[in-house]
Design a protein around this ligand. Sequence first.
Ligand code: UDP
Length: 192
Amino acid sequence: MKEKFLGVDVSNFTYDQLKENIITDIDENRKSFIVAINPEKILQAQRDESLLYLLNQATYQIPDGVGILIASRLNGGTIRERVTGIDMLLALCEQASLHDKSVFLYGAKPGVADEAKDRLREMYPELRIAGVLDGYVKDYEYIKETINEAKPDIIFVALGSPRQEHWIVDHMDELDVKVFQGVGGSFDVLSG
Ligand code: UDP
């Protein structure tokens, strides 16, 4: 299920398995945390023990980088499909619209998540977008209240790495959300 790369766990699930598992997690009321792993993060984790711990706390560490596929093959592992953060975001939006689950977009500069929301609406007209919040709001109580009032099934957190991973692990217990995915600069890409 997981392979280790210099101490960092990576899940060997394909997109199809991930999509299915995550919808089941929501339906069975389990919280999950998705983090994209690339070779840069693995190297960063060698110098930062708290990051290593954090990455290994995630439910699903998706293999976001061909370097990981090559290393898996050399190690006799089974990871054969690259799963990028943004493609996972899109796959989850597609699943959410098919299974009537809601999403929340948190992060990026003011206006960017709104544009990403418009783009996602065009792509998935049935998608329920429960809320949007930029990543420069300072008042955590306000952030928490906004998210908990929206009660999304899935939240995409775009605060950059490793800030977003710290944020997710620090707050996932007190937020009324099932699935947390750190998505880095994905809202900028979608809005651009
Ligand atoms: N960001 C944010 N709040 C902050 C710092 C950064 O919302 O306090 C956002 C920033 O606007 C950008 C994203 O986080 O949308 C970081 O993107 P980047 O491509 O640097 O992240 P990476 O994918 O490299 O982790």
